[in-house]
Design a protein around this ligand. Sequence first.
Ligand code: CTP
Length: 216
Amino acid sequence: MANASTIRCLITAGPTREFIDPVRFISNPSTGKMGFALAEAAVDAGWTVDLVAGPVALEEPDGVILYPVVTAEEMLHQVDALFDACDILIMTAAVSDFRPKVQHAKKEKKGDASMTIEFERTVDILKTMTERKAQQTVVGFAAETHDIRAYAERKMKEKRCDYIVANKVGQLGTGFAADTNEVLLIAADGSSTLLGPDSKQAIARELITLVAPGKE
Ligand code: CTP
């Protein structure tokens, strides 16, 4: 295994916010707990950790370099700036897939009965990074409500990840916003390991050991 003190890890965490106007946005229920737990576990393993986090209500973990961002566009630029120097990218962030096509500079008045908002796709940060991947180990997350393994494997291939962590969401007690989690770690060679149910901290420690660069 590579010397732990030389491993530089880039982790993304939390949701992004995509603004409709200065006081309204679309987002998702991610709290960033899994990404922050991974950052702590990586620091404990002796790694250098860059943590790019969307808006979360969590304390900055000791020993990480924190880069707060808000939108998917800001997250893309921050990850883009840090990716070439990292040995491992772990994308736990729940990046918004869409953003309003128009962001109004002033608060929109509610008007009468209904309103229609047109959305456009945000950039896929993970895919953009793996297109220029060199030495990096890349770990994606797949938040799924059903057919978890099949969708996660498809995402791993499409986004050219070395590993994907399949995460069941939409159920009370696991996934988004919960303190516990149960995940399936799938490697590009098809092998898989079921982790949990356990605390996000315990799962994070196991994941950091299993995906450590230089293991393969
Ligand atoms: N991801 C990303 N950029 C985006 C959307 C997702 O980098 N614009 C990353 C996530 O951080 C995660 C992986 O892609 O590591 C899978 O995210 P997920 O939301 O599960 O999948 P999507 O690609 O959004 O696909 P779908 O919504 O169709 O399930």
